[in-house]
Design a protein. Structure first.
Length: 360
């Protein structure tokens, strides 16, 4: 009996009985290492990378595994991008703006002062030109970026003394999240310090720095900043919607079967959503506890906000002049933001503004 006759007369049951079932392609076993810039004590942003790993393993039937490594295990917190670029590790979980010193355009996959909020940032990266443009830029380093989380708008940080006017920033040694905002606060007279999250408490406690920002109430309370600095300011105008990056070595990515590439992207999107959802769920209780512990929660003055905005625009203009990559990506981001601000003014902002005045 020939194969066509077998199929016609026996159907699939006959094929299976005859041992003629088509071969199933077996997927390879893949082992990657992920280097994180975040300390293990930060259970949301670090813990979500562990969840990401578990999802990749589960969706691949255990054949694609990614081990997670905290700063210092394989490389320093700020060495992870170089590790991916060189192929020492296949993937890292970090903030693009940590590597601003390489090129100002690194900040644009994370956030810029007075930039997009978290929803707008996700929209730009996913459905605007954002991901396309940043990955065109990262390609020159042999790296591709994926979603890695978003914290939502962050707090303005912890200060050992009150900050009432722009002049109060003069001489202030402040830990900032990246080189871009460091250049902005320098224009206000501050002295920016780029310190990994796991080292910030000690520097603040010893007086090596006068102020520090990290994320928001949940993480900041865990790191104990309220014990060494009594003033907690808001908002973090430099991080309106900070996007966390997963950076992947392009050669390692290209070597993956298509199924694994899809798994990687799907898991990264779940990681991205889960990070902000967990911060939004966890920050309110932590803020209440900080206030109960006598933390003074204060807004930046209008004068400080306006001076910071002006300084930011000056830095952006300087970056336009020195980095064509920055100029191209930044122009697209700002054009997208103009429409987003228009839309949010009508719906989101007016709804939120009303609800803030209600007694629930």
């Amino acid at each position: 009996m020939d194969r066509r006759s077998l199929i016609k007369n026996a159907g699939i049951a006959g094929i299976l009985a005859a041992g003629a079932a088509p071969a199933v392609h077996a997927q390879p076993v893949v082992r990657w290492r992920l280097a994180s810039s975040f300390p293990r004590s930060l259970d949301i942003v670090y813990g979500c990378s562990e969840l990401f790993s578990k999802m990749v393993k589960s969706m691949s039937g255990g054949k694609f595994e990614i081990s997670i490594h905290s700063p210092g295990e394989l490389m320093p917190a700020f060495g992870v991008f170089d590790g991916v670029q060189s192929g020492s590790v296949e993937i890292c979980h970090t903030m693009g703006y940590y590597f601003y010193g390489k090129n100002p355009a690194f900040a644009l996959s994370s956030c810029v002062p007075f930039g997009l909020n978290s929803r707008q940032m996700t929209a730009w990266l996913m459905h605007g030109n954002g991901r396309k443009l940043v990955n065109e830029f990262y390609a020159q380093y042999g790296v591709t970026s994926f979603f890695g989380g978003n914290t939502g708008t962050q707090m303005g940080g912890w200060f050992r003394k009150e900050i009432k006017t722009p002049a109060d920033f003069k001489g202030l040694k402040m830990r900032m999240g990246g080189g871009l905002v460091g250049e902005v606060v320098q224009k206000l007279g501050a002295v920016p310090q780029n310190i990994p999250g796991g080292e910030v408490y000690t520097a603040l406690e010893k007086g090596t720095i006068d102020a520090a920002e990290w994320v928001g109430p949940y993480d900041d309370q865990k790191l104990g900043f309220n014990r060494v600095a009594p003033y907690y300011y808001y908002p973090g105008w430099w991080e309106g919607g900070p996007n966390v990056d997963l950076f992947v070595n392009q050669k390692a990515l290209a070597a993956l079967p298509d199924e694994y590439k899809t798994i990687l992207e799907a898991a990264s999107l779940y990681l991205h959503t889960n990070v902000q959802a967990k911060y939004d769920a966890s920050n309110p209780a932590a803020l209440k506890q900080l206030v109960a512990a006598k933390t003074k929660v204060l807004p930046f003055s209008q004068a400080i906000m306006e001076a910071s905005y002006k300084a930011s625009m000056e830095v952006f203009a300087e970056n336009d002049a020195k980095s064509p990559e920055w100029r191209k990506i930044y122009a697209d981001m700002r054009a997208f933001q103009r429409d987003q601000v228009l839309w949010f003014r009508f719906a989101e902002a007016s709804f939120d503004g009303f609800m803030f005045r209600q007694k629930l």
